[in-house]
Write a protein that binds this ligand. Structure first.
Ligand code: CTP
Ligand code: MG
Length: 228
């Protein structure tokens, strides 16, 4: 099965503080979005990519990807990530009506290894309606109240850090976006809300989300390792 990939890339990148949308911030001369889209297309299990870009950057983003020889549709994103995914999903179902497997992958997880992408697609193809890549927690996690006082220490062994790409049977994701309302910090969260089980596959340290200048330094390191 070959998946359609939706890439939310319409954020402003405020925590990175580059003064340009994060997707356009370069690592070794190449935009994070370009790294992300190339990674998807090179994984061998993605047939079409739809990028949600900042509305003012649709043309520049289209030109950027075309200049790198990467085939992708670029649509205007929305005010938050959920809205960006919703808009890109609408476009994807219009242009690829026979799509069955859909991935949602943050542009900011630009260096996600192909093996993670392939594992997610394979799990959906094997029948899971929703799949997320996860890692065990390295730190102990505390639940706190609004004043910062600790309420509880959840058992770390039962916790996972969640990455992207998250993979879905297309009908499941469409239903989740139609029925679940707007409050979830990831796409699988919407699927959970409509009572559909979400499976996990192993994630990878390199699939980290690039959020801060520190993360960008890590990204430089990852790329130097890949190129070595
Ligand atoms: N995203 C999006 N549309 C939005 C907001 C975010 O498509 N309106 C995307 C981002 O481009 C990113 C992913 O969702 O690829 C995860 O969001 P995040 O890491 O928070 O990126 P930004 O919103 O750009 O960063 P910040 O919150 O620091 O401004
Ligand atoms: Mg954000």
């Amino acid at each position: 099965a070959r998946a359609v990939a939706i890439v939310p890339a319409a954020g402003r990148g405020e925590r990175l503080g580059f003064g340009v949308p994060k997707a356009l911030v370069p690592v070794r001369g190449t935009a994070l979005l370009t790294h992300a889209v190339r990674g998807l297309l090179n994984a061998g299990c993605v047939r079409h990519v739809v990028v949600a870009a900042p509305p003012s950057e649709v043309e520049s983003t289209t030109a950027l990807l075309r200049a790198e020889g990467l085939a992708a549709d670029v649509v205007p994103g929305g005010a938050d990530r959920t809205e960006s995914v919703r808009l890109a999903l609408r476009h994807a179902t219009k242009v690829i009506p026979d799509a069955r497997v859909v991935l949602v992958h943050d542009a900011a997880r630009s260096f996600t290894p192909a093996e993670v992408i392939r594992a997610v697609v394979a799990a959906v193809a094997a029948g899971a309606p929703a799949v997320v890549p996860v890692l065990p927690m390295a730190d102990t996690v505390k639940q706190v109240d609004f004043g910062g006082t600790v309420l509880a220490t959840p058992d770390r062994a039962a916790l996972r850090v969640v990455q992207t790409p998250q993979g879905f049977d297309l009908d499941t994701l469409t239903r989740a976006y139609a029925e679940a309302g707007d409050s979830a910090t990831d796409d699988a969260g919407l699927v959970e809300k409509i009572g559909i089980p979400v499976a996990t596959v192993p994630g990878h340290a390199y699939a980290m989300k690039i959020t801060t200048p520190f993360d960008l330094a890590i990204a430089e390191f990852i790329l130097s390792r890949e190129e070595a």
